[in-house]
Write a protein that binds this ligand. Structure first.
Ligand code: ZN
Length: 81
């Protein structure tokens, strides 16, 4: 994200939200290109995907889960209780 875009975002969303988004974009640019569970392809330029996919960072490993796998994980957790 270049400086001009960041400034425009800050004006539009407020400095905190723009920083959060910039951090998220930076994080997502280092991500795997697919879901770590079902290998569904992830497009790191798709804002909808960035908002709905879940990133799990454990030590140096970045793992990525699509909405479908997040739901499955939730079901598995609910089922075990
Ligand atoms: Zn998945």
């Amino acid at each position: 994200m270049n400086r001009k875009t960041k400034r425009a975002l800050k004006k539009k969303m407020g400095p905190d939200a723009a920083d959060r988004l910039a951090n998220q974009v930076a994080l997502f640019s280092k991500l795997p290109e697919a879901c770590s569970s079902c290998t569904k392809e992830f497009d790191n330029k798709d804002v909808e995907m960035i908002k709905t996919w879940k990133v799990v960072v454990r030590q140096d490993k970045v793992r990525l889960f699509c909405p479908g796998c997040i739901d499955k994980a939730k079901e598995a957790i609910d089922g075990s209780i």
